[in-house]
Structure formats: structure tokens, C-alpha cells
Design a protein around this ligand. Structure first.
Ligand code: G3P
Length: 215
């Protein structure tokens, strides 16, 4: 399973990139706005770190304008994946961009039928938002199970990128289902490595090591 950071903070990405566990980055307009920096400058810095997959979202709403924006974003760096919203215009734009060889991440996906359509127009990634479904009293993980099954049934190549992850159990459940990618905030990724027994065990080992005769 690939692990992505869902952030536009270059500092966060650099820290996780150096650990060697990071496979990619997803951004969205809200995350970019939080940084208070120019979008393309942020994208260039992320790509310069060597991150192989960096999702950058279009903000146009017509198919033609999405295609134009998508081509521009893709041209910024070979690691860029163009994020396109799941709308009728987004489907049309994805079909054009995918046919040209642009890797598209279809975003704002909340149903399995939307995910089916994303695969049919050639999206490389589909991004179902599970946390936002949980917030509406709908079990987000059920959607992941459905999409993974549908894609397996028809051998679609589109990869399931689980988004809107809120805690490590979301990552664990997505991995058990067999989702391809999980994108998460920095704090969630940090928690994947943590366990109090690891900390306690290490403290004990170091304390006991003091009793070992040295030389
Ligand atoms: O990047 C898309 C998605 O991960 C957003 O998550 O927490 O705003 O629902 P959230």
C-alpha cells in the first residue's frame, strides 16, 4: 500500500520524505490556501524533493477550462497528477486529459457509481472521501470496499486512493480491504509509527544497558 501525505506544507513533506515511508502527496485548494503561498511555487518545491506523485487540483469548472488548466499543471513537472472534480465537466475533461497521457486523480468522490465512471474515463486515481462520509453518519469504509470489488470485477487499472482520512484505523481498514493508496494528514502518518510499548521498551533497554560493564 502506498502512503501519501495530504498537505501543501513543504516542511511536513520534507520531514516525512526523509524517513523513506512517503510515496506521494495530495493537495487541494483548501490545503494550499492554509499555506498562504503561491500554488506553483509550492508545487515546484514539493516536486524538487523527488516525491514521485504530486496531485495538484484544477479550479476551473468547465471541461474546456479544466483541460487547459490540467495541461498547464502537468507541464510544471513530470511528477504532477492532475486532480479533477467528479462532475459531468470533470468526466469530460478527464477523458481528454487521460487520452493525452496525463495522469488524472478524480476527486470529491462519494459513491461507488461515481468511482465506476472515473475508471471508465481513464482516471489513474480515484479519491473517495471517507471522513466526510463518516461525518454524515454514512460508513465511509463501506464505499472503499465497494469500489475495490467493482474495480476487481472488471480489472480496471484505476487505483483507489483513500482520502479524507482522519485516524490510523482508517489506514488499517483501507489496507485490509486492499486499497492501493491512503492519503492522510501529517499527524495521522506520525501516529502510524507510534506505540507506547515501543517507547517504554526502549527506555528499559537503555536503562539496563547502563548496567552492562563497559571495557
Ligand atoms: O484532499 C482531499 C481530502 O483528503 C480532504 O480531507 O479532511 O478535508 O475531509 P478532509
Amino acid at each position: 500500500m502506498k502512503l501519501f501525505l495530504d498537505t501543501a506544507s513543504v516542511a511536513e513533506i520534507r520531514t516525512m520524505w526523509e524517513t523513506g515511508i512517503l510515496d506521494g502527496v495530495t493537495t487541494n485548494p483548501t490545503l494550499v490556501a492554509k499555506e498562504g503561498r503561491r500554488f506553483e511555487e509550492v508545487l515546484r518545491e514539493i516536486c524538487a524533493l523527488g516525491v514521485p506523485s504530486v496531485s495538484a487540483e484544477v479550479v476551473a469548472t468547465t471541461a474546456e477550462a479544466m483541460v487547459g488548466e490540467g495541461r498547464h499543471l502537468r507541464g510544471l513537472h513530470p511528477a504532477i497528477y492532475v486532480k479533477v472534480p467528479m462532475t459531468p465537466a470533470g468526466l469530460r475533461a478527464t477523458k481528454v486529459l487521460a487520452a493525452e497521457g496525463t495522469r488524472v486523480n478524480m476527486t470529491l468522490v462519494f459513491s461507488a457509481t461515481q468511482a465506476l465512471l472515473a475508471a471508465k474515463v481513464g482516471a489513474t486515481y480515484v479519491s473517495p472521501f471517507i471522513g466526510r462520509l463518516d461525518d454524515q453518519s454514512q460508513v465511509g469504509m463501506d464505499l472503499i470496499r465497494d469500489i475495490v470489488q467493482i474495480y476487481r470485477n472488471y480489472r480496471f487499472a484505476t487505483q483507489v486512493l483513500v482520502a479524507s482520512i482522519r485516524h490510523p484505523i482508517h489506514v488499517l481498514e483501507a489496507a485490509k480491504i486492499g486499497a492501493d493508496i491512503a492519503t492522510m494528514p501529517y499527524g495521522v502518518m506520525e501516529k502510524l509509527a507510534q506505540h507506547p510499548l515501543t517507547d517504554l521498551g526502549l527506555a528499559r533497554f537503555l536503562k539496563d544497558w547502563e548496567k552492562v560493564p563497559k571495557a
